[in-house]
Design a protein around this ligand. Structure first.
Ligand code: ADP
Length: 409
């Protein structure tokens, strides 16, 4: 972030520096052109009177937009205006200008005219022509819009600088939002961690007590009490499962997260989990096909089981009729593939690249019917990434979903 900010600020500074340079260059160009054009005017005036040109430079720059030209002989105001117009146009100096001529009898400047190449009716608002000592026959010329015309020629530069400035603002804003979001994400993580830990102890007590309760003869003899205690146990177990899931995720997000890799035989682990799930969901049809033989993999057994459990759980949750699930374990030269295919409700194409995001759930009827936190696939992806495995999904809505985990050999 800091490097990015330095880079953009650097570019902005360079841009402004170059803008200043370009401005100076344009100003120099203007100055040179004015000098040459005014020299031409003087030459013309002299050639009319057939006098020799003076040795000294007759054009004097009093300020950046005010020039005085010493002619050293009498001249006509109309002729001067004509020459000024033609010579300045010749040098592409089509800026507005005004001029005044010194009158030695009154010892003051006599205002000439305001010439605008675009708007003939324009009049001067300044009319400030300071006198020059030691000169007798001279005229002064003022360019009131000199800077505007230079800025106009630098339009593109200015636009680029403004764009750069906006880029800097947008960048700073994005960084600010990013930091803000990071802070909220951390707060959220801490909150979930603490909350789940706080839930765990009372839940264990409820489960312990109700398990003890249900074994008591008084409860066993009373069908209603027995049923209610059963509900307490069943619901507490469900809650416990959710808390466990959150805790598993919290573990992977903690800074001390590390995996304990062991050699495991995936087929055996999967068969165990299948059996377990089949007991709870007897209507599900889960099959396994494998051509791995004795092949083993290196994985964290706890997280590996969670992956399988979560994937099968999703396939069951998101099947409308009786779930049909097929697990296929294959291998090729480079990797071992675990493919989980179901004939459930599938995932809309637009959601496919987001289902691994934290808290992401596909919107629609299913979110009302099937409850969840949107953390299962996020957790699975995290664990796969930690193992350097690749996970991918293909799905057709209302036909089914297939999730493939690719384990490099
Ligand atoms: P949860 O199931 O808690 O919503 P997951 O991260 O496990 O969260 O899944 C994210 C979303 O992906 C789910 O909301 C669901 O819509 C969709 N999904 C996941 N697995 C399947 C599946 N096997 N079939 C159809 N949709 C699925």
């Amino acid at each position: 972030m800091i490097l990015g900010a330095i880079a953009i600020a650097g570019i902005l500074i360079i841009q402004l520096y170059l803008l200043k340079q370009a401005f100076n260059q344009e100003e120099n160009k203007f100055r040179q052109k004015v000098h040459v054009a005014l020299m031409e005017v003087v030459k013309k005036l002299y050639s009319d009177s057939k006098h020799e040109l003076p040795q000294l430079n007759p054009v004097k720059e009093v300020s950046e937009d005010y020039y005085v030209v010493n002619v050293n002989q009498e001249f006509n105001a109309d002729v001067l205006e004509f020459y000024l117009k033609t010579e300045l146009t010749k040098f592409d100096l089509v800026n507005d200008f005004e001029y005044a001529i010194y009158n030695c009898e009154t010892d003051g400047m006599v205002y000439g005219n305001y010439i605008s190449f675009k708007d003939n009716n324009k009049v001067s608002t300044v009319k400030y022509f300071p006198r020059q000592a030691n000169l007798v026959y001279y005229f002064a010329i003022h360019f009131p819009q000199k800077n505007q015309s230079i800025y106009a020629s630098l339009q593109l530069w200015i636009v680029f600088s403004v764009i750069m400035f906006f880029v800097l603002i947008i960048y700073s804003y994005s960084v600010f939002t990013l930091l803000q979001q990071k802070k909220y994400a951390n707060l959220q993580k801490d909150f979930i961690n603490n909350m789940t830990h706080e839930f765990k102890t009372p839940l264990s007590s409820i489960l312990l007590s109700s398990n003890y309760l249900i074994q008591q003869p008084v409860i066993q003899d009373e069908p209603k009490l027995n049923k209610y205690t059963g509900i307490i146990i069943q619901q507490a177990n469900k809650l416990n499962e959710h808390v466990e899931k959150l805790l598993d995720l919290a573990k992977t997000e903690s800074e001390s997260f590390s995996m304990k890799l062991e050699t495991i035989h995936p087929e055996t682990v999967i068969l165990d989990i299948m059996e377990n799930i089949q007991l709870r969901h007897q209507h599900a049809n889960i099959s396994l096909r494998s051509n791995l033989g004795d092949k083993t993999i290196e994985a964290d057994p706890f997280h590996f089981s969670n992956i399988i459990y979560n994937l099968l759980d999703n396939s069951i949750k998101y099947s409308k009729a009786d779930p049909v699930i097929n697990i296929s374990l294959e291998q090729n030269n480079k990797s071992i593939l675990m493919i989980f295919t179901d004939k459930g409700m599938g995932i809309p194409r637009n959601d496919l690249d987001k289902i691994f995001d934290k808290f992401y759930r596909v919107q629609g009827n299913r979110t009302n019917v099937v409850k969840g936190f949107g953390l299962g696939l996020f957790y699975i992806k995290k664990i796969c990434t930690a193992h350097k495995w690749k996970i991918s999904v293909t799905s057709v809505e209302n036909e089914g979903t297939s999730i493939t985990i690719q384990i490099p050999k």
